[in-house]
Design a protein around this ligand. Structure first.
Ligand SMILES: Cc1cc2nc3c(=O)[nH]c(=O)nc-3n(C[C@H](O)[C@H](O)[C@H](O)COP(=O)(O)O)c2cc1C
Ligand SMILES: [Zn+2]
Ligand SMILES: [Zn+2]
Length: 326
């Protein structure tokens, strides 16, 4: 072994050690030499500070204005695109359903006319049809040829590997909640019996066997990032315990559809929990009750670290820890 390679080996070993210790290595080309750094600092010292500040404010103003205009333009462009392309009214696909917009409906009601004007398919195989045996997008599907025969939709047996997503059937619960007809007496009783102030309490027997969880890879809750498709990929790559994105307890209790969709679970998620955020025992217990009573969930995780202001203003996330401390 030459001296050079020996030196290289020692270096690599040192780098590996540092990585293990939690250091993040930076590529050589992104590092500044001492001289370069000094030159940069000297340059900064000679910058006319006031001028820079004015210029920056100016730029900010312009940027803000620009962003607003661009946003509006984007909305117009999206609407123009929507209006220019042919859309099939969903009422046509539901037997016996009459379009509630009547003559004012801007979508097409004739399947024949729609098919004549519809843009070409983007592929020969429809993944939904292949897996589920039918496609919810029907004639409007951009892989529609795969499951369309003239004016008819074809259905077949689902693929044997297909397992439907869990925790999706909740429209009846949402309606009951909106009508204030859901029975929350179980949650309300618990809150009523809470000692005031809340002190150490008898621990509930956990539903999960903690020993079974020991050593398993747990995918932490990740707002926006940790959505269902992402978690599906993670379970394929070895995650054994997964958690939903953070769901706001009060939005769950309002039956907010986008919040409820956060609770969906894929069958590959063998141990799955829901993370709730909120600041008050009444809404948190009610949300926990409805989730555990109606859905297939193994645990509820309470968020104690979210730094988002709108959440903290309502006593949730890291604000809850402050509540608990004082
Ligand atoms: C994009 C993003 C979103 C996150 N969302 C949540 C969340 O909703 N709830 C939560 O408890 N933690 C959330 N976290 C924190 C992570 O769960 C995790 O605790 C944190 O990233 C530290 O772990 P790591 O060092 O493995 O990244 C989030 C982190 C990131 C980066
Ligand atoms: Zn219509
Ligand atoms: Zn399709």
């Amino acid at each position: 072994m030459s001296e050079e390679t020996m030196k290289e080996d020692i270096k690599t070993e040192e780098v590996s050690k540092r990585i293990e210790g939690g250091w993040a290595p930076i590529k050589k080309e992104y590092l500044l030499s001492k001289e370069e750094l000094e030159a940069l600092n000297a340059e900064k010292l000679h910058e006319p500070a006031l001028e820079v500040a004015v210029e920056r404010d100016d730029q900010k103003e312009r940027k803000r204005g620009q962003d607003k205009r661009r946003e509006k333009k984007m909305v117009h462009a999206r609407n123009d695109m929507r209006n220019a392309s042919i859309r099939l009214c969903p009422s046509v696909l539901l037997k016996g359903r009459i379009c509630k917009f009547g003559n004012k409906c801007t979508a097409e009601h004739s399947i024949e006319k729609f098919m004549e004007q519809k843009p070409q398919d983007i592929g020969p195989e429809c993944p939904s049809f292949n897996q589920m045996g039918k496609c919810q997008f029907s004639f409007a599907c951009r892989f529609g040829q795969a499951h369309t025969n003239g004016l008819e939709q074809i259905e077949k047996e689902p693929d044997p590997s297909y397992k439907p997503t869990m925790n999706t059937n909740y429209s009846a619960i949402q309606i009951a909640m909106r009508k204030h007809q859901y029975d929350f007496s179980r949650a309300d009783k618990i809150v009523k019996e809470l000692p005031d102030p809340i002190t150490a309490m008898e621990r509930e027997k956990p539903k999960l066997n903690m020993r079974d969880l020991s050593g398993k890879a747990y995918l932490a809750p990740l707002t926006t990032v940790g959505n269902l498709p992402f978690r599906r990929l993670c379970t394929r790559l070895g995650a054994q315990i997964t958690c939903s994105e953070m769901a706001v307890a009060t939005s769950i209790l309002q039956g907010n559809p986008s919040e409820w969709s956060l609770l969906k679970r894929h069958p590959s998620e063998k141990v799955f929990g829901v993370q709730l955020v909120g600041g008050y025992p009444d809404s948190m217990t009610r949300a926990a009750q409805i989730i555990t009573d109606e859905l297939d969930v193994d645990f509820i995780d309470i968020n104690l670290g979210c730094p988002i202001e709108t959440i903290n203003e309502k006593g949730g996330g890291c604000q809850l820890v402050i509540f608990l401390m004082y």
